[in-house]
Design a protein around this ligand. Structure first.
Ligand SMILES: C[S@@+](CC[C@H](N)C(=O)[O-])C[C@H]1O[C@@H](n2cnc3c(N)ncnc32)[C@H](O)[C@@H]1O
Length: 160
């Protein structure tokens, strides 16, 4: 939705978001696949976002993400701890509130995997409290001064 608000119609239609989680079933996966959210889950959203990107649904008490956004998102199960990327050539890898659950060495291997998955010059972003381990300094260059956004450094790391 943030991207939709900032990209033109043509660019948005060329966008593909691969959303992943270790969960294959359950409410989380279903919400993403169906784009269906309970009203109370959306209560903290600004009214402008709700009006623009959600529509009432036949299911009582639920709103659904509008088609033009939902079509851009594909969900698949992926265990980050298998350390195998789901694809390559990504412009952006966004991983929020997940790495904090892992051991330091696991975190490093997951970040190496993200590095392999990124296209040349691609960006990795995480939550503010997530620091880049110093061991990975050769792989990622800080892209903004006041946030955890890093640009892939080309030619560093194996298989990149
Ligand atoms: C605190 S939630 C964060 C969800 C979302 N990224 C956000 O910021 O709102 C942590 C998520 O990490 C997922 N997770 C835990 N271990 C994982 C793993 N090994 N691989 C992929 N996802 C995992 C959980 O299923 C859960 O959905």
């Amino acid at each position: 939705m943030i991207l939709a608000g900032r990209m033109g119609y043509f660019a948005l239609n060329n966008l593909r978001i691969d959303a992943t989680d270790v969960e294959s079933t359950g409410q989380f996966a279903q919400m993403i696949e169906a784009g269906l959210y309970r009203n109370d889950e959306l209560s903290r959203l600004p009214e402008s976002i709700l009006e623009k990107y959600f529509e009432p649904n036949d299911k009582p008490g639920h709103f659904r993400v509008i088609d033009s956004i939902r079509r851009r998102v594909a969900y698949q199960r992926h265990d980050l701890l298998c350390f195998r990327e789901i694809g390559r050539g990504y412009s952006l890898v966004l991983c929020k509130n997940v790495l904090l659950h892992f051991q330091p060495q696991e975190r490093i291997e997951v970040l190496r995997m993200f590095h392999r998955a990124l296209a040349s010059g691609g960006l990795f972003a995480s939550e503010l409290t997530q620091e880049m381990p110093p061991e990975l300094a050769p792989l990622f260059q800080r892209a903004i001064p006041d946030g955890q956004v890093f640009r892939k450094v080309e030619g560093a790391g194996c298989g990149s």
